[in-house]
Ligand binder design. Sequence first.
Ligand SMILES: [Zn+2]
Length: 224
Amino acid sequence: MAAITLATEAPGPATFVRTAPMTTAVTAPPPPREIDLVRARTAVAELLEALGRGTDSEHLADTPRRVADALAELLTPRPFELTTFPNDEGYDELVLVRDVPFHSLCEHHLLPFHGVAHLAYLPGERIVGLSKLARVLEHFSRDLQVQERLTQQVADLLQQRLRPRGVGVVLEAEHLCMSLRGVAVTGSRTVTSALRGTLREDPRSRAEFLALVGAGTAVRSYPR
Ligand SMILES: [Zn+2]
């Protein structure tokens, strides 16, 4: 079994402090439209009317503003710097950050899906600050999403910016559109994965990654 860097706690910024860091800004892809808060408030008020609720009670009077603001926040990615460092010691085994909590909005129902992510890479010439793996995930989560696309976006960005030998991303999420309505199955998880480079092509690396991720899921009760 190869040596593993396994961070099951929230990753701290002090990990891998080295000289000559390099940062590249990660900015949001251009949104299809600007968020028009005034229009969104009007639309929420209209939705409440259409649902037979109106906005004339004290509780509901300011709800259109609150809903519009909340949605705007959930749909606005925060830019950040993807800090990488030279891989001076030539560390060439898997780096895995497991159980990173995340939430996003399902674009089919505008309801949240939430769960945990397992983010891994096989270092090449550079390594990345561990907390940045979670930031990449958070960046793409703040959008109307489907879990499949979110998984791929995280893997592709890490592959492009970090240029590692391989990337593995697994997301496990509960979708409220499944657990609160429709089939109303509570606690079921949807698992998606995106593998790149060696983790996709080399059966041994792939099996090692999936075993490490699977070992965690087997003993974890969910939702936590
Ligand atoms: Zn949905």
